[in-house]
Design a protein around this ligand. Structure first.
Ligand code: PLP
Length: 393
């Protein structure tokens, strides 16, 4: 063939992180067939869907089986019952997000990857370390990226630079953050919103782990005054309702959001209607069930289970004086590798000594070097076992 390809894809670094981890674990298992492996590297939920949600989905399947209640193509932006339920969820968080500004999707990753479709060639500002999708989806479009360094000095919560002379940019923020588990305070997010307004920039706020927040920290960017004029928010049922395998999320594009007289919602609505055919009725019924009554209680119980694991790990690292972030409002613990070990050196050491698998920090950006991510998505029993090991570090 002789066609032109989008060669910006060549700018996306090959990621060997998870295949390298898998290779090392496989080699360890082959050499130590009797040793137990405790997996604390996964960013995926492990508890099954709550029965209350399964029941709502079963009921929806039965509706699909009858001529009178069958549903064909879903509305592009989501059924009203789900958009209303998400709007009510925001009301519970104390903010007014009208149903019409909520666009239901098959997950946060799709929306994060698709948002660049409606944006022109702006400079991009991304925290480092962070969820790699922000970087890769912009590299694929040939965008120029600069990074806001997260480090021990700022608690892995970088603040904006001076607004002086900064061009209008696209700013990604993730709070609670993957991989660091760090959560912005109201002051921190206000600084970013003020910066975005002053510089005419757009914030893309990723709230995928919002449900893990129990301290007094913002659950949504719209708690910050002025955010509806400068921010879209992407969120997900994946971690909150255990929907990683079911697939449902949403993006809020406020009506007030416009650039040079054009509403962003107009472009996003058009993009979704053109390239996306909606989320299945059964899925949306399950998602709606997670937001009220028994479904909500059951999801909160699952989150509490993971949070108990996170708290166990956080206690051990606190008592050992090992620097970490996260663990309180997040399923992630981000720790500094002891004895100035490199991330991979620490990975090998945890694996060989204890059979514990985590994720080396540099997989999430250059500033992750020397740090390590552990997740609370494993079982309570395994987390206790791992914590006994961590006590001997
Ligand atoms: N945003 C962050 C920060 C994540 O860590 C993840 C998944 O791990 C996602 C988004 C993806 O969410 P979804 O499953 O809704 O696509």
């Amino acid at each position: 063939m002789n066609i032109k390809l989008n060669n910006h894809f060549l700018d996306v670094k090959e990621t060997y992180l998870f295949s390298d981890i898998a290779k090392r674990v496989k080699a360890f298992q082959a050499a130590n067939p009797d040793r137990e492996i405790i997996r604390m590297g996964i960013g995926d939920v492990t508890l099954p869907l709550p029965q209350s949600i399964v029941a709502a989905m079963e009921e929806a399947v039965r509706e699909m089986a009858s001529k009178d209640t069958f549903h064909g193509y879903p509305p592009e932006y989501g059924y009203d019952f789900l958009r209303d339920a998400i709007s009510a969820h925001y009301k519970d968080l104390g903010v007014d997000v009208p149903s019409g500004s909520i666009y239901v999707s098959d997950g946060a990753k799709s929306d994060l990857g698709n948002l660049p479709d409606i944006l022109g060639d702006n400079p991009i500002l991304i925290p480092d370390p962070v969820y790699p999708v922000y970087v890769d989806s912009n590299l694929m479009n040939g965008r120029k990226i600069s990074f806001a360094a997260g480090n021990q000095e700022n608690g892995f919560l970088p603040l904006p630079p001076s607004a002086e002379g900064v061009e209008p940019s696209i700013i990604y923020l993730c709070s609670p953050n993957n991989p660091t588990g760090a959560v912005y305070s109201r002051e921190g997010l206000t600084a970013w919103v003020d910066f975005a307004i002053k510089t005419g920039s757009l914030i893309i706020f990723d709230a995928a782990y919002e449900a893990f927040i129990t301290e007094d920290k913002p659950h949504t960017i719209y708690e910050i005054p002025g955010a509806d004029t400068c921010a879209v928010e992407v969120s997900s049922f994946s971690k909150f309702a255990g929907f990683t395998g079911v697939r449902c999320g949403w993006t809020v594009v406020p009506d007030a959001l416009e650039s040079n007289g054009i509403k962003l919602s107009k472009f996003w609505a058009r993009r979704q209607a053109t390239k996306f055919n909606g989320v299945s009725y059964v899925t949306q019924k399950g998602a709606a069930a997670s937001l009220s009554g028994q479904g909500l209680e059951d999801c909160k119980a699952n989150i509490a289970y993971y949070k108990r694991n996170a708290a166990l790990m956080a206690d051990v690292f606190s008592s050992k004086g090992i620097y970490y972030t996260g663990g309180v409002n997040s399923p992630y613990i981000w720790l500094k590798c002891p004895d100035n070990m490199g991330s991979w050196e620490f990975f090998d050491s945890l694996l060989n000594r204890f059979g514990v698998v985590g994720t080396p920090g540099e997989g999430f950006g250059a500033n992750g070097a020397g740090y390590f991510r552990l997740t609370a998505f494993g079982s309570y029993e395994n987390t206790i076992k791992a914590c006994e090991f961590f006590k001997t570090l």
